[in-house]
Design a protein around this ligand. Structure first.
Ligand SMILES: CC(C)(COP(=O)(O)OP(=O)(O)OC[C@H]1O[C@@H](n2cnc3c(N)ncnc32)[C@H](O)[C@@H]1OP(=O)(O)O)[C@@H](O)C(=O)NCCC(=O)NCCS
Length: 425
């Protein structure tokens, strides 16, 4: 690791300090060899003063115990019908698992306590069938969880709820994670399972807004049902005010820390709107833009611009930021006398390419051109002509189409950039 990696990790520490993260582990993760790494990662989070609530599922353990006892289970994940025999197996499996989790937490010197914090009622009749002892979460006792957190105790929340009569009900752990996060105003939920959500995704996109995540699940029925459930709960959590929900695999090394301490992460992420923003640049962006552009100049992708060039034309720039960091830019320079405008300085930081940010910036530049009332946008490019053609730009040999002053500059700088034009409807 070099110092710039360390710097980019440390930038998150002040943002996360004192915040609450809900970590939701599938039961299968707890039985896997990956669990010891997860425990160490949880200890790292606590050492950074991040408050952690651990929610766990138990489907794998319920299935295994049912098989050992030769009980035909009506349901293992707390979403369908839970009959009496299944409830008994579930309670036994969940109680054993919770105490195993508590023991493991003590090995990494974390104080922990199981919390019966879920008020539920029987789910009732769903699609004509009585769901039996499956519960719907009514309310989370956030006071209990908060008092544990305030005493530096990590609450472990099993997927069992209790109704007003003291009856135990089986609840779904994805729903528990979402409800706990909402009740505690958590900054994040992190769902950890043994499957790699990126492998399951047929789409290259790894980050969605809540609405886009729901649309993705609806359009991809092949997406594994466990993951689809997590994405749906993730979308609802972001709608209910949780800024970010992550889905990661326990199998990829350092998954938890890589997901949390890098902009792009290693899993899937659902965000509330505040996470990714395309916005006009301001004077406060000048230094960041200068550094960004400077890197591209070294690779001969963009022409040099000084700080004062950028500052003088700052109103022309648009940036895309992730987590408050600028990761790409584009400029629309108007040439009012010729009735044309130039798309220039399109750049996406290395490590963030291939995620659609370039396309987002081109769209933002086209919108800006339209708002300014221009009928055409032109661009001069040495290395991205093919990219701009894909965005609807057309090559032209006729350099007389350029505004005069831009034509002169083109002749002088000797880069032989290709001219591309795009009509703005
Ligand atoms: C060109 C650039 C802005 C694209 O940004 P991006 O965020 O990676 O783009 P997107 O995610 O929207 O699109 C990625 C697609 O464009 C393709 N692409 C990227 N750069 C390309 C290029 N120079 N020529 C042709 N295609 C390119 C990728 O191969 C990928 O294709 P795929 O969808 O078939 O896999 C970025 O690569 C960059 O900053 N390049 C260096 C600076 C530069 O040349 N700027 C242009 C000045 S006009």
């Amino acid at each position: 690791m070099n110092f710039s990696d360390l710097r980019s990790i440390l930038q998150y520490v002040p943002q996360f300090r004192g915040r609450t993260f809900v970590v939701a582990l599938d039961g299968a993760v707890i039985d896997s060899p990956d669990f010891s790494n997860i425990l160490l990662d949880l200890a790292v989070l606590r050492s950074l003063n991040i408050k952690v609530v651990l929610v766990h599922g138990a489907a794998a353990q319920i299935e295994a115990l049912g098989a050992r006892r030769k009980v035909t289970l009506s349901n293992i994940d707390g979403t369908g019908v839970t009959d009496e025999a299944t409830l008994e197996v579930s309670m036994d499996a969940i109680t054993r698992l919770s105490s195993a989790v508590m023991q493991s937490l003590t090995t990494v010197k974390l104080k922990a306590a199981t919390a019966n914090a879920i008020h539920a009622h029987p789910a009732g009749i769903i699609k004509g069938i009585d769901a039996g002892f499956t519960g719907t979460i009514e309310k989370i006792d956030s006071g209990v969880l908060q008092s544990f957190l305030d005493q530096d105790i990590l609450p472990v929340v099993p997927p069992l709820g209790f109704d007003a009569d003291g009856q135990t009900l089986r609840v779904n752990s994805d729903a528990v994670a979402r409800e706990v996060a909402t009740a505690l105003n958590a900054t994040k939920v992190i769902f950890v399972s043994t499957e790699d959500p990126r492998q399951l995704s047929t789409c290259r996109q790894h980050q969605w807004s809540g609405d886009d995540a729901l649309a993705f699940v609806d359009e991809h029925p092949e997406f594994a049902s466990g993951m689809a459930s997590k994405l749906r709960h993730a979308a609802r959590a972001t709608r209910d005010g949780v800024p970010r929900v992550h889905l990661i695999s326990s199998r990829s090394e350092d998954a938890l820390l890589s997901e949390l301490f890098s902009n792009e992460g290693v899993g899937l992420m659902v965000y509330s709107d505040a996470y990714q923003k395309v916005r006009p640049a301001t004077r406060a962006d000048v230094d960041e833009l200068y550094l960004l552009i400077h890197r591209a100049v070294e690779d001969e992708q963009l022409i040099e611009r000084s700080r004062s060039d950028i500052q003088g034309a700052i109103d022309d720039y648009i940036v895309v930021e992730i987590d408050g960091n600028v990761v790409g830019c584009v400029a629309v320079h108007p040439y009012p006398e010729s009735g044309k405008a130039e798309l220039a300085c399109l750049y996406v930081k290395k490590g963030h390419t291939g995620q659609g940010y370039g396309g987002i910036l081109v769209d933002a530049a086209l919108d800006r051109g339209r708002q300014l009332g221009y009928g055409n946008l032109f661009a001069l490019s040495t290395q991205a002509a093919g990219y701009l053609e894909r965005a609807g730009f057309v090559r032209s040999e006729d350099l007389n189409l350029l505004p005069e002053e831009r034509h002169e500059k083109w002749s002088k700088n000797g880069r032989n950039a290709v001219l591309l034009m795009r009509r703005l409807e």
